[in-house]
Ligand binder design. Structure first.
Ligand SMILES: [Zn+2]
Length: 296
């Protein structure tokens, strides 16, 4: 049995996370605009290949391919009737790949809708959406719930509350900050961290956004507000459109790895990658942090 991930984080361990799943599936042929979660059922061998590549690179985390597996997103993709199937399958694939040697994080992303008063989604509706997905992920056997890429504090808090109320699992919550240190909704790192902690998150952090430097700044702001383990999952920079509509990510594995120590010094205890990162990025981060003890 693996130790509880919270115990490892509390002991000051630095855990290497995995990297992007969506962009890795696109590299394996997932067409733009197709929901990655559909491949849990249609191309399970390719989802498994991504998980294995990250484990081989040194990740001790397998994140389920369920980021868009909530009812709101699946409804937009015409797949709402497959919610239980796709989330369960995502957990099964991650669990099989982890094979007892890595923690399985049940991935939860935004609904894709704005909450009232900016949009039409009520708090009660957002809570129902998150309650449904966290329940399916927990019943399928994840080790923790990872709420990611949040912009709106109220939406993030709906997810944190539901994960705490309807599972007994550790809850991680991270937000996407831009280079100016705000989320798209104007949220600051310190406020995000404090309110997520008050709602019961066990670890908070920054993921996605605009590259590694923005992550360091965001963690520094969070560290002033909370004393929780922090999460750092940077994008490989800001995507640029290349030839034939291809997406180019401009942060190399070496450049990401050069920031790994700064992430840890800023309080990060889980260091992985987000959009555009590859197994090579994770391998470089793992090498940079090999034998690195967390500062006291
Ligand atoms: Zn991302």
């Amino acid at each position: 049995m693996m130790d509880d991930i919270l115990r490892a984080l509390a002991a000051g361990e630095v855990i290497i996370g995995d990297g992007a799943i969506g962009t890795q599936l696109q590299a394996r042929g997932l067409p733009a605009g197709v929901l990655p979660e559909l491949w849990n059922a249609e191309h399970p061998e390719l989802v498994t290949a991504v998980h294995h590549a990250y484990l081989h690179a040194g990740a001790r985390i397998v994140t389920t391919n369920t980021f868009g597996g909530n009812r709101a997103r699946l409804t937009s993709a015409g797949a709402a009737d497959r919610l239980t199937e796709l989330n369960r399958k995502g957990v099964e694939l991650a669990r099989a790949a982890a094979d007892g040697r890595a923690w399985v994080l049940g991935d939860i992303g935004p609904t894709g809708h704005l909450l009232e008063p900016y949009g039409v989604l009520s708090i009660a509706e957002a809570e129902a959406i998150y309650r449904e997905q966290v329940t399916v992920l927990a019943e399928a056997g994840v080790d923790a719930i990872a709420i990611e890429t949040m912009n709106d504090i109220e939406e993030a808090l709906c997810a944190v509350r539901m994960a705490r109320a309807h599972t007994n699992l550790p809850v991680l919550c991270s937000f996407a900050f831009n280079a100016k240190g705000r989320t798209m909704m104007g949220l600051r790192p310190a406020d995000a961290a404090q309110r997520a902690a008050e709602a019961g998150a066990h670890a908070v952090g920054a993921n996605c956004g605009e590259g590694p430097a923005a992550i360091v700044a965001a963690l520094t702001g969070m560290r002033e507000a909370v004393d929780l383990p922090l999460i750092a999952q940077a994008n490989a920079g800001v995507p640029q459109v290349g030839a034939e509509e291809s997406t180019i990510w401009d942060v190399t594995p070496e450049q990401l790895a050069a920031h790994a120590r700064a992430f840890v010094d800023a309080g990060a205890r889980l260091v992985g990658g987000c959009c555009g990162t590859t197994p090579a990025h994770i391998a470089a981060v793992a090498a940079a942090l090999a034998g690195a003890a967390a500062p006291h």
